[in-house]
Design a protein around this ligand. Structure first.
Ligand code: GDP
Length: 445
């Protein structure tokens, strides 16, 4: 079992279960080291841990959700909260139960929540230190979550079979053509220079001209080389060429949507005419890009035509900057598709935007950042009550989605503050971030 550095976009395995069933010991067993803190005391607050692990050639992040603090609502609410956090964020959930102790109320409660969510679950019946104890594990069939895996986190018995069961349930890696690392589209209003930008890219040394017969490449797509041997596919070249005739912006929006261009790519080069600055129509396209959650680089084209006058340039930049204030996270590249100036910066810019798009911050890092942000600037009190984020996770990547588990409604301005903090500390240039707020359910004992 190797422990690797935190990776990008790895599937997440969340470990849930009531206190003292051996969640941390199990995570330790997976990691082969005593990273996670093993707490003997039930219900004691622990740190949250997300670690990258590997088994059978598959890498995944394993998260011990045991770090949730029991609130005033008691332990049963706590385990349900853990389960909800896991449901929101994990690809596979491991429910750890104590075979020696038998089925408890909490187990039934959490199993119920998990069953309804329909996510893949593996029941790990822990503390089966002796083969003779295996029948005790079998009683957990009653949870309705399939074959319980008998194991001993302490001695390691059965943990190989259990891990096999876990990786068998990991999602398939999203299929991409073997030769393309990512897909992009060049979009923008008619006449801003999309086709010219494409031609400049294809006329550059990055172009991959490979028309070997029998390859499965779609003839309307083109390919360019990015760093580290990666290949970028530029989709829908034919559509883009045809749409030179789409002289009208509205017609262009319709085309963009009907072809579902944004759904088919990882990122876009959004071309604008630098002389005109960012127009309302450009903003509208940008809005679509954000909604679709795609990586984005803004290409300020026709830079050769921008007046040399320094005052005028400053004014243009400031005006465009204002219109793109809500897109502060995009990178901007000034180019002239005509003279090819600056065109060499496009592929590196879009590659790094897509890297941000696919990034996944380990849960411990997210919680550290959000926790510190709350200390620096707590959420304003609402109706006399304090509102807190209890737990935060990056639920998925591409685009990065953060889920905040809170004690109450969060102000939009506060979520923006948290986003700015995450960006300041962790980057994510070039990708929109999505945020979801889940209020902790108030359950009666
Ligand atoms: P599209 O409709 O967005 O694909 O735009 P085109 O690529 O067809 O370009 C529209 C017009 O702008 C053409 O006449 C191009 O020659 C011209 N054009 C495109 N890029 C540049 C540039 O960087 N500088 C200048 N001066 N003209 C450009």
């Amino acid at each position: 079992m190797n422990v690797a550095a935190p990776g990008n976009g790895l599937p997440v395995v969340a470990v849930v279960g009531r206190p003292n069933v051996g969640k941390s010991s199990l995570v330790n067993r997976v990691l082969g080291r005593r990273e996670a803190i093993v707490q003997e005391m039930p219900g004691v607050t622990r740190d949250r841990h997300g670690f990258v692990a590997e088994w059978g050639g598959r890498e995944f992040e394993i998260v011990d959700t045991g770090g949730l603090e029991p609130g005033a609502d008691g332990l049963d609410a706590l385990v349900v909260e853990q389960a909800e956090a896991a449901i929101a964020t994990a690809d596979v959930i491991v429910l750890v139960v104590d075979a020696a102790a038998g089925i408890g109320e909490d187990d039934l409660l959490v199993a119920d929540t998990l069953r309804r969510a329909g996510k893949p679950v593996v029941v790990a019946a822990n503390k089966v230190d002796d083969p003779r104890d295996e029948p005790a594990a079998a009683t957990f069939y009653r949870l309705g979550l399939g074959d319980p895996q008998p194991l001993s986190a302490l001695h390691g018995r059965g943990s190989g079979d259990w891990l096999d069961a876990v990786i068998a349930r990991l999602p398939e890696v999203r299929a991409r053509p073997a030769d393309a690392w990512a897909s992009i589209a060049i979009i923008g209003r008619p006449n801003v220079g999309k086709s010219s930008t494409l031609n400049a890219l294809l006329g550059s040394e990055r172009a991959i001209v490979d028309a070997a017969p029998g390859t499965t490449r779609d003839p309307v797509d083109s390919y360019v080389a990015a760093m580290e041997g990666r290949v970028l596919r530029i989709v829908d070249t034919a559509g883009m060429r045809r749409q030179v005739q789409l002289k009208d912006c509205l017609e262009y929006f319709g085309w963009l949507r009907s072809r579902r261009v944004l759904q088919r790519v990882d990122g876009v080069l959004l071309v604008v005419d630098a002389r005109e600055g960012v127009t309302g129509h450009d903003q509208r396209i940008a809005q679509d890009v954000v909604e679709a959650g795609r990586a984005c680089v803004i290409v300020l084209n026709k830079w050769d035509l921008v007046p040399r006058d320094a005052m005028e340039r400053t004014w243009l930049e400031r005006d465009s900057g204002n219109r793109l204030r809500w897109l502060e996270w995009t990178s901007r590249v000034r180019v002239s598709a005509l003279t090819r100036r600056g065109v060499g910066r496009l592929v590196p810019a879009v590659t790094s935007a897509i890297e941000s798009h696919r990034r996944r911050l380990p849960t411990s890092v997210v919680n550290d950042i959000i926790g510190a942000a709350q200390v620096r600037r707590p959420h304003p009190r609402s109706g006399g009550k304090s509102v807190r984020v209890l737990y935060a996770v990056q639920a998925s990547a591409a685009p990065p989605l953060f889920v905040l588990f809170t004690t109450g409604r969060l102000d939009t301005a506060y979520v923006r503050y948290l986003e700015n903090t995450v960006r300041a500390e962790a980057g994510f240039e070039g990708t929109p971030l999505k945020w979801q707020v889940r209020q902790r359910a108030r359950r009666r004992l």
